[in-house]
Ligand binder design. Structure first.
Ligand code: NAP
Length: 244
């Protein structure tokens, strides 16, 4: 009897780093659920990869919508009965450029946290039973080096002047959540880590990043596919551990 393929789910996968993460996981032979909030864009993105012969399945999932999260988790339970890999990739950057940290609107903070923190927590809570049902669950939280408190406090750091407070604090909170969840999972077979993809050319920075999406997806894919020696509760860029 052949071993069933691993099942992965990538949120925010209609474009950018998420779409490329789906491609690389599927190229590695993982049956990958391409999750997106808009059903039409999600089906279209999945169709492009399916035409290439990759094992990709579209899944409607808005990480800020409790009903959408519940429906997605129910669909995965019914179709697959487990989830081996969850990549919490969906994220937004809404800080208005040119404002000082204290000047960003409250609505910006709330919208950013809804997607970048609460969305991750709620999606993870919904899929955790399915990750426990897998032989060796992996959770990858796509954070950012801009969430590093150590680097933001260091005037010599390259990120010191990049004060996008709602985004940066949401990623610092995502890192803190990763540490809390890693503690809960320490005696389980699931491993959870936060990653910085690099500064990647996507819509989020109007294509001004330094890396292409193929390089940008590498850290997420590496930790998603990590074996028995996978770390738990770390923050990584490629193989380098980053300061919190
Ligand atoms: P992107 O090109 O702007 O893509 C963002 C993705 O998130 C899109 O697919 C978008 O879907 C999805 N999304 C937004 N809100 C969502 C929601 N409520 N539910 C489901 N999906 C939602 O961004 P990216 O550069 O690929 O970023 C991916 C991740 O990497 C983010 O977490 C980002 O913070 C992180 N990151 C990026 C960089 C960089 O240099 N690009 C650096 C560090 C960290 P729609 O198509 O429906 O809008």
């Amino acid at each position: 009897m052949s071993t069933p393929s691993r099942i992965a789910l990538v949120t925010g996968a209609t474009r950018g780093i998420g779409l490329e993460t789906v491609r690389q996981l599927a190229q590695a032979g993982v049956h990958t659920l391409l999750a997106g909030r808009n059903p039409t864009r999600t089906a279209a993105a999945a169709a492009v990869l399916q035409v290439e012969g990759l094992p990709v399945e579209p899944l409607q999932l808005d990480v800020t919508d409790a009903a959408s999260i519940a429906a997605a988790a129910a669909a995965v339970r019914e179709r697959h009965g487990r989830l081996d890999i969850l990549v919490n990739n969906a994220g937004i950057l809404r800080d208005a450029p040119g404002l000082r940290p204290s000047e960003q609107a409250a609505a910006t903070w709330r919208a950013t946290f809804e997607t970048n923190l609460f969305g991750v927590v709620e999606v993870t809570r919904a899929f955790l039973p399915l990750l426990h049902a897998a032989p060796a669950g992996r959770i990858v939280n796509v954070s950012s080096i801009l969430g590093s408190l150590a680097l933001h406090s260091d005037p010599d750091s390259p990120v010191y002047d990049l004060k996008l407070p709602a985004y940066n604090v949401s990623k610092a909170a995502l890192n803190a959540w990763t540490v809390q969840l890693a503690w809960e999972l320490r005696d389980s077979r699931i491993r959870v880590n936060a990653v910085h993809p690099g500064y990647v050319r996507t819509d989020m920075n109007a294509g001004e990043g330094e890396l292409d999406v193929a390089e940008g997806a590498r850290t997420s894919v590496r930790l998603a596919l990590a074996g028995e020696d996978a770390p738990n509760g770390g923050f990584f860029h490629v193989e380098r551990r980053l300061p919190w």
